[in-house]
Design a binder for this molecule. Structure first.
Ligand code: NDP
Length: 296
């Protein structure tokens, strides 16, 4: 069976790697904070490597899941880097929600060593990773995707080839731009209704049986905003990064995109105000402050 290396055991990388091990692949993990990889390897059948080079040595498929394409690129070089250990013929699958230009640069560096590359960001959240029901959007060579598919199937239910390298990143960025727009627009609408005296539970009950509904109105607001629970599953900093990529793609493609550009600016502000550890749904706190109105 293919040997797999997994680089990056963050909020979503950790349950994804757990699924890879549970599917029976021989797994080596690496994480920047070494203690997290060691803790993982004590609970999950795998080996913790001390460096990226050691993790990828002998692996047929290498998966990365880091915050940005820049972070992935920073792992390539040096005596402990990926390029020092990876074998020609291996396949590097980047599940980071990256940026298309960054992925193309990484693919070119790996190609010089005879290593294939797929951008393969995921959607479905940490709970989808735990259940193995993620959507995986893939850019790159279709034959390479078929090689990676058995590994991707350990955490993904819907695996879609979107186009050339960078296409997976672009689809992911646009999906998350729509999530950001839903969070912001739902927040503003419910704040206005709350000011009028409409109970947000009643408003969501109506909206979720009507045409304004979304995953945000059906799940995120009832579970996180009305309860004020705000569990930290997907950092606001990462959604800010994603909508920034979406806005940049639209600008580069010369597509008029005032809503994308404005939403990118709003999430930049929310990120600056709430910091690195806030969850993405906590952007609602900023909406409430601007509105001078709490939703619940
Ligand atoms: P986290 O912030 O929880 O974890 C980030 C991981 O990357 C950690 O393992 C961290 O290591 C490591 N890391 C950060 N910077 C570097 C660096 N410069 N070099 C090496 N390692 C680094 O992120 P998530 O797991 O939530 O997200 C990972 C990717 O998946 C992101 O692109 C995100 O947008 C995407 N994503 C996340 C989802 C979610 O629900 N969380 C859903 C869908 C996509 P350390 O332990 O040392 O801090």
């Amino acid at each position: 069976m293919t040997r797999v290396a997994f680089l990056g055991l963050g909020a979503i990388g950790r349950p994804m790697a757990q699924r890879v091990a549970a599917a029976g692949f021989e797994l080596t993990v690496w994480n920047r904070t070494a203690g997290r990889a060691q803790a993982f390897a004590t609970h999950v059948k795998s080996r913790a490597a001390a460096t990226p080079a050691a993790a990828v040595r002998g692996a047929g498929v290498v998966i990365a899941c880091l915050p940005t394409s820049g972070d992935v690129a920073s792992l390539l070089d040096g005596p402990d880097g990926v390029l020092a250990g990876i074998a020609p013929g291996a396949l590097f699958v980047d599940c980071t929600s990256g940026d298309p230009a960054g992925s193309r640069r990484i693919a070119a560096r790996l190609a010089e060593r005879g290593v294939g590359f797929l951008d393969a960001p995921v959607s479905g959240g940490t709970s989808g990773a735990e259940k193995g029901t993620l959507t995986v959007m893939v850019g790159g060579d279709a034959a390479a995707l078929e090689r990676a598919r058995p590994v991707l199937e350990s955490f993904g239910r819907k695996i879609v080839h979107c186009g050339d390298v960078g296409a997976g990143d672009a689809v992911k960025a646009m999906n998350n731009a729509m999530l950001a727009i839903h969070v912001w627009s739902t927040g503003e609408c419910l704040a206005a209704l709350a000011r009028m005296g409409v109970d947000p539970k009643v408003a969501l009950d109506v909206i979720n049986a009507s045409s304004g509904r979304s995953n945000t109105s059906e799940n995120l607001f009832p579970e996180r905003v009305l309860t004020r629970a705000y569990p930290r599953t997907f950092r606001l900093a990462l959604l800010d990064k994603d909508i920034g990529i979406a806005a940049q793609v639209a600008r580069e493609e010369k597509v008029a995109s005032p809503v994308l550009q404005l939403t990118a600016e709003l999430f930049r502000l929310a990120h600056a105000e709430l910091g690195e550890e806030a969850d993405h749904v906590e952007a609602v706190r900023v909406i409430e402050r601007l509105a001078g109105q709490e939703i619940a």
